[in-house]
Design a binder for this molecule. Structure first.
Ligand code: GLY
Length: 377
């Protein structure tokens, strides 16, 4: 069943009253960035925040697009990688933005992957008590997840994203053409977040993914725009209902609690990218749902088969190197920020497209499950 209409552009609206914003998705959006951004600027000036991976590949093109619309620009380039989501980098970025002349009424541009969106978005939230920003995501993960919904922040030794703010962008410009330059492993990791939207509440989209993932991986424009568009529309709908995650937004964490345990167990290293942790975490959430008598083994099997076919980890054995023992994995789960009032909250599933928030999952059963999958009989 292939029913993507293969448009060259898709427009999704995040409906948040006065803070609503458009997401422009399509190949070549970057070339039109000047015209798309100009209406959001109070003067023809902006500062681009990007990293040293994205800058050599795409900064020139963005600069030319801004100039074509008469927008003057400066750029602040930070080192690529998760380590830039730190207090030290936030401080230097804020000072660089002030030195570049950012005023209270200006808009800055976050041009990069999830790290740049989170860091520049948080800087925008606090600089001069808050300036506007626009997201120009350049990775799959950022285009389908982190650039939409206004979560911004940095990491500390206590954990990831524990310091931050909800600060919605004024617009998101997702050029699917830039995904061509992503390393294949990073592309695959981002794809896990696309599959996630099918698993949450859209079984037809999951089926589309099963049938079309190769086209997505090959960079087929229509398939990519469809996948990013459906994902952004799904996220926008959830964010519009629950902007600050007091309810259904938690569904977006499907796979994330098991995934964060695995990311922490591998020291947030290259052994497991975030999206790979989400893939393995979604497989585990479905298998746990089967063990808890909630979901059919057939559905969990389909989830695992699709993720594995798409080159993503679904078993602990798929993760390189040794993992800690069951008690240590359990301790890491206890530290996850999705614990609420001492209760273990997991996103589980009654089937494909039937995810739900399980608010008080018995720790003993989770421990038994982890023990079982660590050392299958
Ligand atoms: N990435 C999950 C969320 O934005 O809520």
């Amino acid at each position: 069943m292939s029913h993507d209409p293969a448009p060259s552009r898709t427009l999704v609206n995040v409906d948040l009253g006065q803070r609503s914003y458009p997401i422009h998705i399509g190949e070549g959006v970057l070339a039109e960035a000047g015209a798309l951004i100009a209406p959001h600027l109070k003067r023809p000036f902006t500062v681009i925040v990007t990293d040293d991976n994205v800058a050599p590949l795409h900064l020139d093109r963005l600069g030319k697009a801004l100039e074509a619309a008469g927008i003057q620009h400066r750029a602040v380039i930070v080192p690529a990688g998760e380590a830039s989501k730190s207090f030290a980098r936030l401080e230097s970025l804020c000072r660089d933005l002030l030195a570049a002349g950012v005023e209270r009424a200006d808009t800055i541009l976050a041009f990069g992957g999830g790290v740049i969106g989170d860091l520049a978005g948080f800087a925008a939230a606090i600089l001069r008590r808050g300036v506007d920003f626009i997201q120009l995501p350049t990775t799959v993960l950022a285009q389908v997840d982190s650039s939409v919904g206004g979560k911004t922040g940095i990491n500390t030794p206590e954990g990831k994203n524990l310091i931050g703010a909800f600060h919605q962008p004024k617009a998101v410009l997702a050029d699917t053409g830039v995904l061509e330059t992503l390393p294949p492993r990073q592309f695959r990791a981002g794809y896990a977040e696309i599959v996630k939207y099918g698993l949450i509440d859209n079984p037809e989209f999951f089926e589309w993914c099963e049938q079309n993932w190769r086209r997505v991986y090959e960079g087929d424009t229509g398939a990519l725009i469809h996948a990013v568009g459906v994902s952004c529309r799904a996220k926008a709908a959830i964010v519009a209902r629950d902007e600050r995650e007091s309810g259904c937004r938690a569904l977006l964490n499907l796979g994330h609690t098991f995934g964060h345990v695995l990311e922490a167990a591998t020291s947030y290293s290259d052994r497991l990218y975030h999206g790979e942790g989400v893939a393995a975490g979604m497989a585990l959430a479905f298998r746990y749902s089967v063990a808890a008598g909630l979901c059919s083994g057939q559905d969990a099997g389909r989830v695992c088969n699709h993720l594995a076919a798409a080159g993503l980890p679904v078993e602990l054995a798929d993760i390189e190197g040794e993992l800690p023992d069951t008690d240590s994995l359990m301790q890491l789960m206890e530290q996850d920020k999705k614990i609420a009032g001492g209760k273990l909250v997991l996103i589980l599933a009654r089937g494909i497209g039937r995810a739900f928030i399980a608010a008080d999952v018995p720790r003993g059963e989770v421990r038994d499950f982890l023990s079982e999958i660590r050392e299958p009989r």
